[in-house]
Design a protein around this ligand. Sequence first.
Ligand code: GAR
Length: 207
Amino acid sequence: MLRITVLVSGGGTNLQAIIDAIRAGIIHDTQIARVISNNPKAYAMERAKEAGIEAMCISPKSYDDREKFHDALLKGIDDADTDLVVLAGFMVVLPPKLIKKYAGRIINIHPSLIPSFCGQGYYGLRVHEAVLARGVKVTGATVHFVDEGTDTGPIIFQQAVEVKQDDTPETLQRRVMEEAEWKIMPRAIDMIAQGRVKIKDGRVILS
Ligand code: GAR
């Protein structure tokens, strides 16, 4: 059984997609051990509680400095006997210590086709604003392993989504979630649970 800890900051629709996919048998042999939010007001916490999953808030505001916050985050993950850390809309830059300890065992969902519209400053709605400002016709989402860089780790799955002429950042965000994020994130977790995802020379090999 793969034990995943899901890190969230906001609405938690990706968390919901994971919960639903486990229930529907789309994700096999996987259990959400714990949900951790940095934001006490995140609706994702309600979703976790509703599903009977332990929800824990670790807010930087509760700690004297960043290091203590990072230590608490690492402890929250360790204490849940986590096999895989899943970043599902987690808007905190992970400390190097955590990335090192869980190397090859942290995945993230990003709302664009990496390497476009990613890296520092590209998160949430800002990604879709940038996509519309540039006028690209195709966008999408990427699920990837997390390394020391921002959105630079090995890519597991990508799904393209059409940009429509009358899109707003909000309508585009919704379509990218529905057509891409909520599908490729559960699929990636299932493949990892089945031991079918390996990293070789910085790239993902699926079997
Ligand atoms: C999602 O669109 C996710 O891809 C994005 O934040 C949103 C969270 O929504 N993540 C990033 O931008 C990470 N760089 P959710 O809380 O409803 O899952």
